[in-house]
Design a binder for this molecule. Structure first.
Ligand code: SF4
Length: 425
């Protein structure tokens, strides 16, 4: 039997329990099945049920892997009308492919422990509904050995920044220092994220010689302490976005909002051509930023681009609570770089995480306008977090070199600061 590593969940107020909404089964995730699981599911006799007759249960992907088949709308073939998994209903959790079972948890082995992150595309996670995470430890400990071999926890971390390596304990120190800023909830969220971006900027430029262990902790205490002291007086001056920033940011908006599904790969050549043409048209509209937001996924309000650009003020404490939880879970689990995020290094992954702040608030504005309100609420932020977190770490386009270059450009300190203030105030 494989040994379980100590489970470490983020120390935020985050809660979760599954409320059986079926959203994860409709999200178009590729559920990989092993040969043994394929045999087991075939043996469950689905082919004899009328709605499965003549339908393949699995799709073979390029590279030979098999995944669970999906319906044309991207939902899992096994999702029942009652929004429950039919395999689970008939054969229990053990009857399903293992890949379905940990969701929405993400196992992140490091330094002899199993850090656990969460996917915020799950509505119960976004709304923090259920038990505190500590109450899931026993279930997580039972699942984790099958999810990730314990040996993975002995692997060294990816670089802190190009050419600079820190050990896991030093990365824990950096994340804990950044978490201190995000957790300072008496201050508004936009100023907190600005301070976080500033400290990330300092870490990107400072000479790291000798900065490890205790010296690193003292350095971080000083930098974070000073930044927190100045934070209430930060002016939030909205400087217009200019140059390549608006078109490249809007393209990132489109990429994060896009819902790529496995069923997309099964369309006919003519359908593929049509889809490619549609994507090109969307991309050009996003670049131009005129007219209405194209419907890059079903259910998005089609709001004029212009309407999203006005000031909405700093998010209210209720809306800020959702964002605070989101960032504390990502920082606490270290689920924003390395194997959780396309193998990127620490600071590069941190940049992509910081960029989600203006992205989430862009979508929150879109949902608010779509609902006919002029304020961002906790609910609209939850909707936006669900959109923006869905592709992170799993959508192929976000891991491409072109996207890396875009993140680098938008996360240049001046550009990022302007984006945070523009959409965060
Ligand atoms: S999306 Fe979340 S709450 Fe809904 S069924 Fe999946 S795990 Fe449960």
């Amino acid at each position: 039997m494989r040994r379980s590593l100590p489970i470490v969940t983020p120390s935020s107020s985050q809660r979760y329990d599954c409320h059986l909404c079926g959203a994860c089964c409709r999200a178009g995730f590729a559920v990989v099945v092993t040969d043994e699981e394929r045999e087991r599911i075939r043996g469950q006799g689905w082919e004899s049920e009328p709605e499965f007759r003549g339908r393949p249960l699995f799709i073979r992907q390029i590279g030979g892997q098999h995944i669970l088949a999906q319906r044309d709308d991207g939902a899992c073939l096994f999702l029942g009308e009652d929004q429950r998994c039919r395999i689970h209903a008939k054969f229990g959790a053990e009857g399903k492919p293992f890949a379905c079972r940990p969701y929405p948890f993400i196992f992140l082995p490091m330094s002899g422990q199993m850090r656990v992150g969460l996917r915020f595309d799950c509505p119960s996670v976004a709304a923090s509904r259920g038990r505190p995470l500590a109450q899931h430890h026993a279930d997580l400990a039972a699942l984790s050995p099958q999810a990730v071999p314990a040996a993975a926890a002995a692997l060294p971390p990816p670089p802190f920044r190009p050419g600079i390596h820190l050990d896991w304990h030093d990365l824990f120190r950096v994340s804990a220092a950044l978490d201190r800023i995000v957790a300072a909830e008496s201050l508004d969220i936009t100023r907190r994220v600005l301070a976080w971006a500033d400290v990330a900027g300092v870490l990107g430029g400072v000479k790291m010689d000798g900065l490890e262990g205790r010296a690193l902790s003292e350095f971080l205490d000083r930098v974070v302490g000073n930044r927190l002291k100045r934070l209430p007086d930060d002016p939030l001056e909205r400087k217009p976005l200019s140059g390549f920033v608006p078109p490249l940011f809007r393209q990132a908006v489109g990429l994060y909002g896009r819902l790529d599904r496995v069923s997309d790969t099964r369309v006919s050549p003519a359908g593929k051509l049509l889809r490619a043409g549609q994507r090109l048209a969307y991309s050009l509209r996003l670049l131009a930023g005129s007219g209405r937001m194209p419907r890059v996924r079903p259910g998005l309000p089609q709001v004029p681009f212009r309407a999203v650009e006005r000031s909405f003020g700093v998010p209210s404490p209720e809306a800020a609570e959702v964002l605070t939880r989101y960032y504390r879970v990502k920082l606490g689990s270290l689920g924003f770089f390395g194997r959780a995020f396309y193998g990127w290094g620490y600071l590069e992954g941190l940049g992509a995480l910081l960029l989600t702040y203006p992205l989430i608030l862009w979508y929150a504005r879109l949902f608010a306008i779509g609902e006919g309100t002029d304020a961002i609420s906790a609910e609209t932020v939850q909707q936006a977090v669900r959109v923006v977190d869905r592709p992170r770490g799993v959508a192929v386009p976000l891991g491409l070199r072109t996207e890396r270059a875009r993140v680098r450009f938008l996360c240049d300190h001046e550009n990022l600061t302007r984006l945070i203030i523009w959409y965060g105030s």
